[in-house]
Design a binder for this molecule. Structure first.
Ligand SMILES: Cc1cc2nc3c(=O)[nH]c(=O)nc-3n(C[C@H](O)[C@H](O)[C@H](O)COP(=O)(O)OP(=O)(O)OC[C@H]3O[C@@H](n4cnc5c(N)ncnc54)[C@H](O)[C@@H]3O)c2cc1C
Length: 358
């Protein structure tokens, strides 16, 4: 009998799962259910438009979808148009690969003021996600980005970028028009920890400094190394490269660019300031204790900004009918086998990708 497998979510995890299953069980019939009209998940609606080399992964994913025995069923939201129980009755196995689509909660006063945005919203806008409205106001001259990972770098880079630099990409006209009209001049990126603890990749960090008419400004005082930072640099070569890149920027004289990216370290957000909308953001300066843990110093600093973009993490949404660990934002699993509330594997139900790992 032909084994029948349903995969929920046609992002990279779902498509690679289809490819691997097909390689191991060539006679399997595999249906990929995708809630959007188009496949490829965050490779299409997350990776920044100025990263065409990474977007090229789509070609390899597309080849998988062309294989015999693999069918894409787009525009079908599992949990809404069909239930997981219905799929489990109709298929021998069901793989949940629905990824992560929400911003982690940002729990400080003022976080909900107009002008405070999650990175997931902004990224979905500049990648023309079909569920996101076309307009995006970029009226503030000075904006803050919170985060210490590559998504924070993407958001910072796109906010500072001149629209002309995206004209050779597949960015739609309405987004180019909004970026052309942008009044943003100063983008302040704030990380909670020191420069030896950020999770940027060295390559993506360097890209910030390779943009036309955009300069990167680093305060040399932010690069002073404590014992913890020195230990981190001894252990990790990537972190050494990051700190070297930052030190290089800290020494550079101003190039007089029309847009500036300011990198700030050891700033923990405590409050978004404003009455009707974002007018500023307040931070507590942090330090590392002897064990390397981040501690507050009690020193408060405030920056006047007209918008705040939070790139502090993505979170998965539960799929109705599938166990979910809301605290970790994952489907509880043992090596991909979905576990019920007692920790027992649910027969025929599996998870892969971001919803499995978080
Ligand atoms: C802003 C950003 C930039 C990134 N840049 C890079 C990069 O440069 N390089 C890199 O290697 N990685 C990058 N990543 C990471 C990469 O995108 C993820 O590792 C990868 O997309 C996770 O794959 P996934 O298939 O688990 O989830 P996703 O890509 O999220 O795919 C999940 C799919 O499931 C669908 N779905 C969800 N719920 C349902 C449902 N109920 N029914 C049917 N379908 C459903 C979704 O529409 C989506 O198509 C980036 C991520 C983000 C957020």
């Amino acid at each position: 009998m032909t084994p029948r497998i349903a995969i929920v979510g046609a992002g990279p995890a779902g498509i690679y799962a289809a490819d691997l299953l097909r390689a191991q069980v060539p006679e399997a019939a595999i249906d990929l259910y995708e809630k959007l009209p188009a496949p490829y998940g965050l490779v299409r609606y997350g990776v920044a438009p100025d990263h065409p080399r990474i977007r090229k992964i789509i070609d390899a994913l597309h080849d998988v979808l062309l294989q015999p025995g693999i069918r894409l069923r787009g525009n079908v939201e599992v949990g809404v148009d069909v239930t997981v129980d219905e799929l489990r009755r109709a298929y021998d196995g069901v793989v949940i690969a629905t990824g992560a689509d929400r911003d982690v909660a940002f729990d400080v006063p003022g976080a909900e003021l107009p002008g405070s945005f999650g990175a997931a919203e902004f990224v979905a806008w500049y990648d023309a996600h079909p569920d996101v409205a076309q307009g995006w106001g970029l009226e503030a001259e000075s904006v803050a980005v919170l985060g210490a990972g590559n998504v924070a770098l993407d958001v910072t880079r796109i906010l500072a970028k001149h629209a002309a630099a995206l004209e050779s990409t597949d960015t739609p006209d309405h987004i180019l028009d909004a970026l052309t009209a942008s009044r943003v001049r100063d983008v302040h990126l704030f990380a909670r920890r020191g420069p030896a603890d950020v999770r940027f990749s060295a390559l993506e960090l360097r890209e910030l400094g390779e943009q036309h008419d955009v300069e990167v400004i680093v305060d040399p005082a932010d690069l002073e190394l404590d014992d913890h930072a020195s230990r981190m640099l001894e252990q990790f070569s990537q972190r050494r490269i990051i700190v070297r890149t930052l030190a290089d920027w800290a020494q550079r004289p101003s190039a007089g660019a029309s847009r500036r990216i300011h990198l700030h370290f050891r700033h923990r957000p405590v409050r978004v300031v404003g009455t009707d909308r974002v007018e500023g953001i307040e931070f507590e300066r942090t330090a590392s204790d002897p064990l390397g843990r981040m501690v507050g110093t009690g020193e408060l600093v405030r920056y006047e900004v007209g918008a705040v973009y939070r790139a502090i993490g993505y979170l998965s949404s539960p799929v109705p009918g599938v166990p979910f660990d809301a605290a970790r934002g994952v489907v509880p699993n043992a090596e991909g086998r979905v576990l019920d509330a007692d920790g027992t594997p649910v027969p025929g139900l599996y998870a892969t990708g971001w919803i499995k790992r978080g």
